[in-house]
Design a protein around this ligand. Structure first.
Ligand SMILES: [Zn+2]
Length: 271
């Protein structure tokens, strides 16, 4: 599943090239998670002013309103001057005078939704519950700790909800908690200020490295033939159950939390 770093790398892969382009056609394929919410032809002739990201949504600012794009479970976007004929799993072609932005999404949990503004009900229902962005300077350690103190659930579960800080999906939650030395099962409200500070720094670090790594493998990531190639960090704990911890050698443990696998080192990560 594409996580925040993949979505950010996707944004970086076409934002500069599409900014200023004029929409010449919008072809939608099979139904996605939600309907477009506007007649496709009403978008023709509008300029795409830029591409922003909020959580895992990409926001394309138009003359009139915006398009919200989500990659769902299996989606990928590719912007190219010339695209081959759409295949079975290509469900959106946004054609512009500079090229076509294509959504390839075999499982169709992705979304393309038009909204009149970011404050409109259509956009609000998708964006309102998102926490702060971890990578733009608005994510503060003191506020993070204060928010954790209000939650009784396990720290990893609280991170996955995404309403305090967005983008800390399953892989990155396990990795950040390892870097911070915090057991994933600890109640969020029990995390002390110094430990919250370490976790805050770890979240920024792990997501920044993922974006950078994705940037370097950008060409593979956005390759046209539906090879999604979602990248993964050189993981310290994620997916390494039974293998020795890279710090202390203790075998990494795996547990289930809310049906998701969690990986941790029982020696390095304290209750
Ligand atoms: Zn260890």
């Amino acid at each position: 599943m594409p996580e925040l770093p993949e979505v950010e790398v996707t944004r970086l892969s076409f934002a500069d090239r599409i900014a200023g382009a004029v929409i010449t056609d919008l072809r939608m394929g099979k139904p996605l998670r939600w309907p477009l919410g506007v007649e496709a032809r009403s978008l023709v002739g509008q300029c795409i002013h830029g591409v922003r990201r909020r959580g895992k949504y990409l926001l394309l600012d138009l003359d009139d309103g915006l398009l919200l794009l989500h990659l769902g479970m299996s989606g990928s976007l590719n912007f190219a001057p010339h695209q081959p004929s759409p295949g079975t799993h290509d469900h959106m072609d946004l054609q512009t005078d500079r090229g076509t932005l294509r959504l390839h999404d075999p499982r169709r949990f992705g979304a393309v939704v038009w909204a009149p503004s970011e404050a409109s009900p259509q956009a609000h229902k998708l964006l309102a519950r998102l926490g702060v962005e971890p990578l733009n300077g608005g994510f503060e350690a003191a506020a993070f700790h204060a928010a954790l103190r209000q939650r009784k659930a396990a720290i990893k579960q609280v991170l996955l909800v995404g309403d305090i800080v967005v983008g800390v999906g399953n892989i990155y939650a396990s990795e950040a908690l390892f870097m911070a030395g915090i057991r994933p099962t600890v109640r969020a409200c029990k995390v002390s200020r110094p430990r919250a500070d370490r976790l805050h720094a770890a979240i920024i670090d792990v997501l920044t490295r993922a974006v950078r790594q994705g940037g370097s493998s950008l060409r593979d990531f956005v390759s046209a033939e539906g090879k999604t190639g979602y990248f993964q960090l050189e993981a310290a704990v994620y997916g390494r159950a039974g293998q020795p911890c890279r710090v202390c050698g203790t075998p990494i443990r795996s547990i289930l939390q809310g049906q998701r696998s969690t990986f941790y080192c029982p020696t390095c990560q304290k209750n």
